[in-house]
Design a protein around this ligand. Structure first.
Ligand SMILES: Cc1ncc(COP(=O)(O)O)c(C=O)c1O
Length: 473
């Protein structure tokens, strides 16, 4: 038993000196070391861990240095007002949903949205209507929304109060939100964008445009995912249509009353870095990424998916080229490749059955890419290839109870074979592709039972199923 389990665990990890192709965006401090201002901040990181003393302003009613920094942030992104968040994009998603909608509102949201959005839907007692996600057959992953389905929903339903959409997704793939925003605004519907993975967008023309520039009404961005900022930091940007007083209230309500100055300082620094160096540095990063993608794609055991390959899918609008999707061509497993890379001292961001995701940044050097190339060159999969061949279907089930009603009901477990005709007590999510097959409160029909059985028979992970038992209401 360790005397300091977390501290020792972390020390052991940093000793491995893994090459960072994962979050956070500062890549082990390199983002701070890259400028004189960053070095100064980094050196003082413990000294600046202080409380709100005179002259240092207060995040909950900013008038001094924090207000000044938020003003610089708003100018960089071109918003009406921007906020620093120290409780992650999670708090931003909660604040944007609470300040825009009221109990009982009907909203359109993509089926594959982040947990924090599902949670906000429950807590704000909203009635969600889901847009189906398109699952790429070739790459076995959810790459975009089903645009046809979205257009059909917005046409069919009246009294829609808003749309919540992710841009880009974890794979760096961008839905055509320009079209979503145009269709929504025609009908006076608000568009809230979870752009947790898109804080670097719009800094130059090699990257997709930022959701703020595309006209979204509110946008949340995780600074820590791609920019040189510390974990848990995020930005919230609002447009003209937002009710500022309500946004102020909910941002404050979802934030600690002791916000960390090291986190606030790193948010200020990330904005400064992007303003001063973002455009040039990201151009170089994408150049390097393209060069090594060509090199790696000459190998025959893995394949990095290019933007051009994806654009033939009608709903895919753009792709972040500072993100690698390494596809294992169904010869192995993405999870196996991720742990192989870790064994070679390379930290990837995440894996699914067929793909590994790497987050690249200007702080990744040519040596990093070279190490990646060498590791991939020697990669031979010992893993069993993905067995299943059937496409996991996403017919949307009938809603019996709203998620906020389902959460309050008593639940019990039944064998999967006895679940037909009952109502799901929790979300059932097969991986891949990680999109909920059932959401709490939805009707379990025969097709859903068969699909879950199929996933289990083919050794896919199905969240919500334990020992062939499913929670029902
Ligand atoms: C799409 C998306 N939205 C929101 C979040 C929440 O961000 P945070 O962990 O910064 O709270 C994440 C985190 O992974 C995410 O992937």
């Amino acid at each position: 038993v360790s005397k300091l389990p977390i501290v020792e665990g972390l020390m052991k990890y940093i000793k491995e000196k893994n090459i960072p192709f994962s979050m956070p965006g500062h890549k082990g401090g390199r983002g701070f070391y890259s400028t004189e201002e960053g070095k100064r901040l980094f050196k003082s990181i413990i000294d600046i861990d202080i409380t709100e003393v005179d002259g240092l302003d207060n995040l909950h009613s900013a008038e001094g240095i924090i207000a000044e920094a938020q003003c610089a942030l708003k100018k960089l992104y071109g918003s009406e007002k921007s906020y620093f968040l120290v409780n992650g994009s999670t708090s931003g998603n909660l604040a944007m949903i609470f300040s825009t909608f009221n109990e009982g509102d009907k909203i359109i949201v993509e089926r594959n949205c982040h947990r924090s959005i599902f949670n906000a839907i429950i807590m704000r007692k909203l009635k969600p209507i889901y847009i189906k996600n398109l699952i790429s057959e070739s790459y076995n992953a959810p790459f975009s929304i089903d645009m046809e389905h979205f257009l059909q929903l917005i046409e069919e339903h009246s009294n829609i109060r808003g749309i919540v959409i992710t841009y880009p997704n974890y794979y760096g793939i961008c839905t055509d939100i320009k079209k979503v925003i145009r269709e929504a605004h025609k009908r006076d519907i608000r568009v809230l964008v979870d752009s947790a993975h898109g804080a670097h967008f719009g800094i130059n023309s090699f990257l997709p445009e930022s959701a703020v520039a595309l006209g979204a009404d509110m946008v949340v961005m995780s600074a820590h995912k791609t920019l040189p900022s510390m974990t848990q930091t995020a930005y919230l940007h609002i447009g003209k249509a937002a009710e500022v007083d309500k946004v102020d209230f909910y941002v404050s309500a979802f934030t600690s009353t002791s916000p960390s100055y090291p986190l606030l300082a790193s948010l200020d620094y990330a904005r400064f870095y992007m303003e001063q160096k973002g455009s040039k540095d990201y151009a170089e990063c994408i150049n390097l990424a393209n060069k090594y993608r060509t090199k790696i794609n000459a190998l025959d055991n893995v394949h990095i998916i290019s933007k051009e390959e994806l654009l033939d899918n009608a709903s895919v609008f753009d792709k972040d080229e500072s993100r690698y999707i390494i596809n294992v061509l169904k010869r192995g497993s993405g999870h196996h490749l991720l742990s192989y890379l870790r064994g070679k001292g390379i930290q990837a961001e995440m894996s699914d059955e067929n793909n590994v995701i790497l987050i690249l940044s200007p702080f990744n050097t040519e040596d990093d890419f070279d190490a990646l190339y060498k590791a991939l060159k020697n990669y031979t999969s010992e893993a069993k290839p993905c067995k299943h061949t059937k496409h996991i279907s996403y017919k949307l089930p009938q809603v019996v109870l709203q998620p906020y009603e389902a959460i309050e009901r008593k639940k019990f477990r039944v064998l999967l074979k006895d679940a037909e005709g009952r109502v799901a007590g929790e979300n059932i999510v097969p991986y891949p592709p990680g999109v909920p097959l059932l959401i709490a409160g939805e009707y379990i029909d025969r097709e859903a039972v068969e699909m879950i059985k199929y996933c289990l028979d083919n050794e896919l992970t199905v969240l919500g199923i334990e020992n062939e038992m499913i929670k029902v209401i």
